[in-house]
Design a protein around this ligand. Structure first.
Ligand code: ZN
Length: 268
């Protein structure tokens, strides 16, 4: 059983011609790959007809009991002013966590405007996810999501569940080392099986080595994700399957850890 904790609804990739079609395609892909549940991350870009923002995503997935959402506050445009909005969305069960996009947007994870969100997420046990890694269009921007700042957040809020996605590629070894001693950090695997990511990060063997070390350190804190439709679901499944792990460890990565982290309904 597989839960994909990182997908998007977008018509930038693939042949979808509307967001509704993109949703149909996602459901089809899920079925094909035996993915039973997925967490959709709305983009922080609003009012772009090509990618679903939060309001669009909420209405699109209505009635789909196997799809969930994260929220993504607009730190640059609205600072801390949306804290109450996201708190309400969480309490109403409309979002399962909050994603921050440092490096898409020019702010650091420890930015003052983010802190009120962390405060509330810690109190309500809402996981926060940080986008990390290279931005192919603008490599300069990855300075904003350097995991050293994420470690600062995790230390300041030691009961906050802090999820790193994309493993700060291509500097995956650095990301492993700098986060190693911070227990409340989680890793979500989106992008780690992507060709460009692998090529720039030292190849698939290097990726496997870093992932195995990470899983050995935190067997309950690594969760499966893909970044579909930018990345292929099947190559990410293959990557996890190829790791030298017990079935029990693989089950944790593919589903159990995400169920616990995001408080998802248990799979039958
Ligand atoms: Zn993504």
């Amino acid at each position: 059983m597989i839960i994909d904790s990182h997908v998007h609804l977008s018509i930038y990739e693939g042949q979808a011609i509307s967001l509704q079609k993109a949703l149909d395609k996602l459901l089809e892909e899920m079925k094909k790959n035996n993915v039973e549940q997925a967490i959709i991350i709305p983009d922080n870009i609003e009012n772009d007809p090509k990618i679903a923002d939060l309001d669009t995503a909420i209405s699109l997935i209505k009635g789909k009991s196997n799809l969930f959402l994260l929220g993504s506050p607009q730190i640059i445009q609205r600072g801390s002013s949306e804290v109450e909005k996201y708190k309400k969305l969480f309490v109403e069960g409309k979002i399962k966590g909050i994603k921050f996009f440092p490096g898409h947007d020019p702010y650091y994870p420890i930015d003052e405007r983010c802190l009120p969100y962390f405060e509330i997420c810690q109190n309500l046990n809402i996981p926060v996810v940080f986008h990390t890694g290279e931005n192919s269009n603008n490599p300069e921007l990855s300075k904003y999501n350097d995991p050293k700042y994420i470690v600062e957040v995790a230390k300041k809020y030691s009961n906050l569940k802090v999820v790193i996605t994309h493993y700060y590629w291509p500097k995956i070894e650095y990301c492993y080392e700098i986060t190693k001693n911070t227990p409340n950090i989680y890793f979500e695997l989106a992008g780690t099986a992507d060709e460009e990511v692998l090529e720039k990060s030292g190849g698939i063997e290097k990726m496997k080595e870093v992932l195995l070390k990470t899983i050995a350190d935190r067997p309950d804190q690594v969760i499966f994700g893909t970044d579909y439709p930018m990345c292929k679901i099947e190559s990410h499944i293959e990557l996890v399957k190829s790791l030298n792990l017990s079935q029990d460890e693989k089950n944790k990565i593919f589903s159990t850890n995400a169920i616990k982290l995001y408080k998802l309904p248990k799979l039958l």
